[in-house]
Design a protein around this ligand. Structure first.
Ligand SMILES: [Zn+2]
Length: 176
């Protein structure tokens, strides 16, 4: 990002906002050389942070993994798909607006825990208990993905509890 005034490449981000449709991020920048402030519009996918796992491996933040974790935690809870998707969007938005290039996977896990805490106490406890035993959101979600794959394809043995198909929103009304 070159400064429009002096062409210097060094600047700092002073504000980041995600566009309404979620695919453009608008940043206010300040040139470190001449102090000129300017705005850039950047494609979101270029700015998603890398998630750093405990073992040091990195992978691009994946909203679908967060969504999978949330859905799993909220299974059979009176929470709409819209709410779950909005929650995943909010987590992604916060990460983008923070503007870090890398985030520890624990930050993503904590963000999910905080969101679930506000959403549904059962879903929160469910997620927190599993999450704490894995201590790594990626491990947790990888595990979830394996479970989900088994349910869908049923190629592998399905010993891990009955796989009773729960594809459609089979939310039971809650007495809560
Ligand atoms: Zn400048």
């Amino acid at each position: 990002m070159k400064c429009p005034a002096c062409r210097d490449l060094n600047n700092r981000v002073i504000d980041s906002r995600l566009g309404k449709d979620g695919d453009v991020i608008r940043r206010r920048r300040e040139c470190e050389k001449c102090g000129r402030r300017f705005t850039t519009y950047e494609r979101v996918e270029d700015y998603l942070p890398s998630v750093v796992k405990k073992d040091g491996r990195r992978e691009t933040f994946d909203r679908l993994k967060v969504l999978a974790g949330l859905k799993k935690a909220c299974e059979k809870r009176p929470i709409s798909v819209e709410t779950i998707e909005e929650t995943a969007d909010a987590i992604e938005r916060n990460l983008l607006e923070a503007g870090d290039k890398e985030v520890p996977s624990s930050v993503v896990g904590e963000a999910i825990m905080t969101a679930l805490h506000d959403l549904d106490s059962v879903a929160y406890v469910r997620f927190a208990s599993v999450y704490r035993s894995f201590q790594d959101i990626d491990e947790f979600v990888d595990e979830l993905e394996d479970l989900l794959k088994e349910r869908r394809g049923a190629r592998k043995s399905r010993r891990k509890r009955s796989a009773a198909g729960k594809v459609g929103g089979a939310n039971r009304p809650s007495s809560e």
